[in-house]
Design a protein around this ligand. Structure first.
Ligand SMILES: Cc1cc2nc3c(=O)[nH]c(=O)nc-3n(C[C@H](O)[C@H](O)[C@H](O)COP(=O)(O)O)c2cc1C
Length: 401
């Protein structure tokens, strides 16, 4: 699957740079075409000679050395590449690209390229968990950069935790998946809902929830990358919509209901990750509600159940729901899939720390209408998006076959 695929492998200055020799060698064995770019710091860990021998090409390290007359190296590498893999990616490299800094051959090549960029971080666990590094990863993910890893385990510095570079074998497998799935949602329209809704009480107050929208935005971005036309209907979030999706911002559950019903006929697949309020205030005060007594009661009325409505009219479309539960997770998810006529449901336990609502990671289960249940171990929401879409593609295949 990687035969003839043009890949730039970027190596930055981390201790795991030695593993990239194995990575380049494995990619070559798959008949991929490889050009290696090393940062100055990477040369402290391993020599360019190793990579020129393994890749069969001269290794590029300096932005200002022009190998051929009139050829600007970072631009020609950027154009040549179908994929760029940065392995290992240091905190420094990630931070520079996230801030728009292009001060060496690797950062300029990455920023000048339209290739799919896969970043394989490797660093000390505290460094990886540093909120600034996490924010940079989040920013880059939002702009379509893909992250693979890091893995958990013993680190070179003696610490234990998340930060190990993924093994070369796993990176090759990931790349094969990426190259293989490219375009498998072409000619399909995928409708994704995301984020929370806001149910107004008065001009400044509302009822809402902690949904960040990240799962839905990851699915929307990934579906677009896989060739789909994507309509993303989103409640208020702090996220940038992924490139090349049709973005429909909404506020309340009723807004979301109206937009989803309007756009549903156009789609082949609807994936409902939004955390839609079940209830809204029975009336919205025109003016700010004043303090009156020691307490107050709110009268609430039911919002429409969008997923149930879609289940009734879905026809041949694939319908995917999410169940965020704090008890009896699988039982409720199975009940929901049957009651709402869904094809798939992703079930998350919202009591787990560090996953689910307002988090970059997720874990849970994916259930299908035929009765199968598959566990989804802790992984990034981007990785989970690919797994969910793999299932959708296979259901679409069955449908058309
Ligand atoms: C022995 C040693 C090991 C290092 N390992 C890592 C690492 O695994 N990950 C990381 O982000 N930085 C690591 N660093 C720090 C980077 O080398 C440093 O941030 C450097 O500026 C990265 O430059 P580059 O991103 O341009 O390659 C290490 C430094 C030393 C001296």
């Amino acid at each position: 699957m990687l035969k003839g695929t043009r890949i730039v492998v970027g190596i930055s200055g981390g201790i795991a740079a030695y593993k990239s020799a194995d990575l380049v060698s494995r990619l070559r064995k798959k008949s991929a075409l490889i050009k290696v770019v090393m940062t100055k710091r990477a040369e402290e860990f391993i020599t360019p000679l190793t990579f020129s021998s393994l890749s069969g090409n001269e290794v590029a390290t300096d932005m200002f050395s022009c190998p051929k007359e009139r050829e600007i190296q970072h631009i020609s590498l950027a154009h040549w590449a179908e994929y760029i893999i940065i392995a290992p990616a240091t905190a420094n490299f990630i931070g520079k690209v996230a801030s728009g800094i292009a001060d060496d051959l690797l950062t300029t090549t990455v920023m000048a390229s339209k290739a799919g960029v896969v970043i394989v971080p490797a660093m000390n666990t505290n460094m990886y968990n540093n909120p600034i590094v996490q924010r940079n990863i989040e920013d880059l993910s939002r702009h379509g950069y893909l992250f693979f890893g890091p893995a958990e385990g013993n680190l070179a510095c003696g610490d234990k935790g998340t930060g190990r570079m993924e093994e070369p074998e796993a990176i090759v497998e990931y790349m094969e998946g990426l190259a293989g799935v490219k375009g498998d949602l072409e000619n399909r329209t995928v409708l994704v809902t995301a984020g929370p809704t806001r149910e107004a009480l008065d001009p400044v107050r509302f009822l809402s929830n902690a949904s960040s929208g990240r799962m839905g935005y990851s699915i929307a971005g990934t579906a677009a990358r896989r060739g789909a036309r994507v309509i993303l209907i989103s409640g208020p979030t702090n996220l940038e919509p992924p490139p090349s999706v049709e973005f429909v911002p909404v506020v309340s559950a009723l807004d979301m209901y109206n937009e989803v019903m309007r756009r549903f006929p156009e789609c082949d697949v609807a994936i409902k990750t939004a955390a839609v309020s079940d209830y809204r205030p029975a009336s919205v005060s025109q003016h700010k509600i004043k303090k009156t007594g020691d307490g107050m009661s709110l009268a609430l009325v039911r919002n429409p159940d969008i997923l149930s409505e879609l289940g009734k009219i879905k026809g041949g479309r694939i319908l995917v729901g999410f169940a965020a539960e704090s008890t009896n997770l699988l039982e409720y998810a199975r009940e929901k899939i049957n009651k709402k006529n869904l094809d798939l449901i992703v079930a998350n336990d919202i009591t787990r720390k560090g996953t689910g609502f307002d988090s970059d990671a997720n874990e849970g289960y994916i259930l299908d209408s035929a009765g199968a249940t598959e566990e989804l171990p802790r992984m990034s929401k981007m990785q989970m998006a690919d797994i969910i879409l793999d299932k959708v593609v296979s259901l679409l295949g069955k449908d058309s076959g």
